[in-house]
Design a protein around this ligand. Structure first.
Ligand SMILES: N[C@@H](CCC(=O)N[C@@H](CS)C(=O)NCC(=O)O)C(=O)O
Length: 220
């Protein structure tokens, strides 16, 4: 741990209960045992609070999550996860072995760059596509690639038998897939990993159904 970097103040997560990228950060914080405060940025209300001038001063990209930590503001969930992994004790979210580390990054990027961005509200609104059909198409396209990759890399979890950033990316993406009624029976390895991971406390406490801004009708 780099003690000189780490502030005693709790990090502040600007996020939204149903944002899969915010959920990634919540899982990482839970796995590391990091206490944090949450500020809700409602992506729907008032045309989207991510678009306000006030929030743009936090994240000019108008996306959640954004995290205030150790005197800096970080957006991009994978940057946040890697920063806390490098500065906080506890379970390592990236393996030490270079090959496994590269596989963790490969799977994380496949999801974070190759699948999730296409479900963003601003993408769907811009092209005026049918939200469900569009999202199903691109999640299926990504999962068709991810399934054979995971068959090779997975043990108990996405890469071997240790939980990693890849697992942190996988579970929220499966949650999105289920929201858009993707048939998960086509992806037995993804389905098995998701079920295993959802039994772990860090994934449960960070779940969208358990957040301060979860609407009552979606609460666990
Ligand atoms: N690459 C970014 C993506 C962030 C992102 O796409 N956030 C979504 C919610 S999961 C968002 O804020 N969307 C706002 C919008 O569509 O207007 C990350 O990993 O943090």
């Amino acid at each position: 741990m780099h003690l000189s970097l780490v502030s005693l103040a709790k990090p502040v997560l600007h996020g939204y209960f149903r944002s899969s990228c915010s959920w990634r950060v919540r899982i990482a914080f839970a796995l590391k045992g990091i206490e944090y405060d949450q500020v809700t940025v409602n992506l729907i209300k008032d045309g989207g609070q991510q678009r306000t001038q006030e929030f743009q001063s936090v994240n000019p990209m108008q996306q959640v999550p954004a995290v205030e930590i150790d005197g800096i503001t970080l957006c991009q969930s994978l940057a946040v996860i890697q920063y806390v992994d490098e500065t906080r004790p506890g379970a390592k979210l990236l393996p030490a072995d270079p090959k496994k580390r590269a596989q963790v990054r490969m799977i994380s990027d496949l999801i974070a760059s190759g699948i999730q961005p296409l479900q963003n509200l601003y993408v769907i609104q811009k092209i005026g596509a049918d939200k469900v059909q569009w999202s199903q198409h691109f999640i299926d396209r990504g999962f068709k690639a991810l399934e054979p990759i995971l068959k090779q890399t997975a043990g108990k979890y996405c890469v071997g038998d240790e939980i990693s950033m890849a697992d942190i990316c996988l579970v929220p993406q499966v949650y999105n897939a289920e929201r858009f009624k993707v048939n998960m029976d086509q992806y037995p390895t993804i389905k098995r990993l998701n079920q295993t991971l959802l039994e772990i406390e860090a994934f449960k406490v960070s779940h969208p159904s358990n957040q301060p801004d979860t609407p009552a009708d979606m609460s666990a």
